[in-house]
Design a protein around this ligand. Sequence first.
Ligand SMILES: C[S@@+](CC[C@H](N)C(=O)[O-])C[C@H]1O[C@@H](n2cnc3c(N)ncnc32)[C@H](O)[C@@H]1O
Length: 234
Amino acid sequence: MGTDIQQLFTQIAPTYDKLNRWLSFSRDRQWRAKAIAAATAKLEMRVVDLCAGTLDLTVACLKRFPHARITAIDFSQRMLDLGLKKVPHVFHAQTDLRCGDALATGLPDRSADCVMCAFGMRNLADQHRALAEIRRLLAPEGEFVMLEFFPPETRLARLFAKTYGRFVIPALGGLIAKNRAAYEHLRDSTASFYPLSAYRALLAQHGFIVTRAEYLSGGICGLIVARKSDDNFF
Ligand SMILES: C[S@@+](CC[C@H](N)C(=O)[O-])C[C@H]1O[C@@H](n2cnc3c(N)ncnc32)[C@H](O)[C@@H]1O
């Protein structure tokens, strides 16, 4: 597991939600709601929330799909512990929290109808390994729903990255989370990640059919939905 990243998220866990709301002007909630709404509903769907953090996506998913069974995985136990406090009690029996590596989940083959990941893929050291793991987890016709900060492509997003992203976010991260480096990581990992169009191509290379790929909030955030193609792909 990438211990530096793991430590970094563990350190910022207590202020993670508050800063998400402040830095995104509460847009992050809308982005996650859009991602959940984009998933194909299935009765008693089996969901894996990868890099689940403080479980905002898990909770949004359970509220929209109250019969879903969710396995939420993150390698920071502290993030998961804080997240559990936000899961309504009625959903506890359907929510399985696992402290583990998104690159090697240990979950059975084809055990998920939907794998979701919000703002986590960018942190994973090996995208090929990550997508192979997601494909392995998905049942035939299963879906991968991904929210991510991609390198800015629109004019608005570029301006936002050069000003707010470059200076304001690390400064506030230093002030509130007492960890400027974590918020510099957000900036740097976004800048060096695949552009959205390139990520589409990567998904196709790994046996996914992209059914939706769009920018949200003027290009600041990206949403991708991809269906697992035929199991005989490889
Ligand atoms: C930016 S946070 C996103 C959390 C959550 N999905 C959300 O929407 O707020 C990224 C999360 O990914 C986790 N993470 C990073 N690399 C990981 C890995 N290899 N395996 C499991 N979790 C990982 C971190 O601990 C952190 O909680």
